[in-house]
Design a protein around this ligand. Structure first.
Ligand code: AR6
Length: 164
């Protein structure tokens, strides 16, 4: 699998699936979650309610329609909330591994990721990048392209440097 980084907005990515940094309730929120629901329209929330009546566990992933976005699917993951004491790193790497498993189940060949937990949930950005890259490199998958979408220039420089 090729891993690349672009600077931009994940809602605009022309890939099979975009990953959302959601929360356990799976009913929308701020940050990238808010941007994805706004860009995709109300079908995403309707699908979340239908498919995830009990929400989703931390570290897990599940898909919905991408609504009006160019992508076909949103793969929602729930990263650990470090600001609420969820410091177990395996909950973060699990998000990337489970997202690829869900992508394989859908037959997705290209997938775009935000930096899960690196915003409101307070995971240190350097380690959020390393957790993403090491898990994407280590997980067997039929996905051919994983695109890290950096929101702003500093995030781009950080990911590009660690991608090597
Ligand atoms: N495209 C790509 N990346 C983005 C975008 C975008 N449009 N917008 C923000 N980011 P966060 P978390 C980056 O806070 O830390 C929500 O309310 C952002 O710069 O969105 O996992 C959920 O509902 C950061 O690097 O997610 C949850 O309650 C990264 O996306 C909670 O926040 C993740 O920041 C999840 O917190």
């Amino acid at each position: 699998m090729e891993i690349e980084v672009v600077e931009g907005d994940i809602t605009q990515q022309d890939v099979d699936a975009v990953v959302n940094a959601a929360n356990r309730r799976m009913r929308g929120g701020g940050g990238v979650d808010g941007a994805i629901h706004a860009a995709g329209g109300p079908e995403i929330l309707a699908d979340c309610v239908r498919r995830f009546p009990q929400g989703l566990a931390t570290g897990d992933a599940g898909w919905t329609t991408a609504g009006l976005m160019p992508a076909r699917w949103v793969i929602h993951v729930v990263g650990p909330n470090r600001n609420a004491g969820e410091t177990d790193r395996s909950l973060l790497t699990s998000c990337y591994r489970r997202a690829l498993e869900v992508a394989d189940g859908l037959g997705a060949r290209s997938i775009a990721f935000p930096l899960v937990s690196a915003g409101v949930y307070g995971w240190p950005k350097e380690d959020a990048v390393d957790a993403a890259l090491e898990t994407l490199r280590a997980t067997p998958t039929s996905v051919e392209l994983a695109r890290m979408v950096a929101f702003g220039r500093p995030a781009y420089e950080l990911i590009a440097a660690r991608l090597g």
